[in-house]
Design a protein around this ligand. Structure first.
Ligand code: SF4
Ligand code: SF4
Length: 114
């Protein structure tokens, strides 16, 4: 599912978790006006409880629990229909998981594997 240095393709279990939800991270250092952006986006996308927030000490993350349209499942394993199409597959997908990712984002990532 990725070309990230934090997971070897052999370690990706094709669980599809990284393609079933997406996050936009906001630093708590933003002023209160900018943080209201989170509420504006939640209202804009209009998917009710499919858009939630996750908070930690430094960050408020907008979690959009909507599977990608290119995600396909076959016998419990997920794959990307546009994996080899750089015109359609976002770079953020190619480089996931990131240095800032955790086991919540990808349960199989391993730091320093490659
Ligand atoms: S969450 Fe991790 S293990 Fe699951 S498909 Fe994505 S990269 Fe692979
Ligand atoms: S484009 Fe492919 S890799 Fe990116 S979220 Fe969709 S299914 Fe996953």
């Amino acid at each position: 599912m990725n070309r990230s240095p934090f997971i070897d393709p052999e370690l990706c279990r094709r669980c599809g978790a990284c393609c079933k939800s997406f996050e936009i991270d906001y630093s708590r250092n933003l002023d209160p006006i900018d943080l209201s952006e989170i509420e504006r986006i939640k209202a804009l996308v209009g998917f009710g409880d499919r858009v939630t927030t996750r908070e930690d000490e430094d960050t408020i993350s907008l979690v959009i629990n909507i599977p990608c349209r290119y995600l396909v499942e076959e016998e419990g394993l997920y794959s990307c229909q546009v994996y080899d199409d750089p015109q359609r597959r976002p770079l953020m997908c190619e480089h996931f998981p990131y240095a800032s990712s955790s086991a919540v984002d990808c349960p199989h990532m391993q730091r320093g594997k490659r």
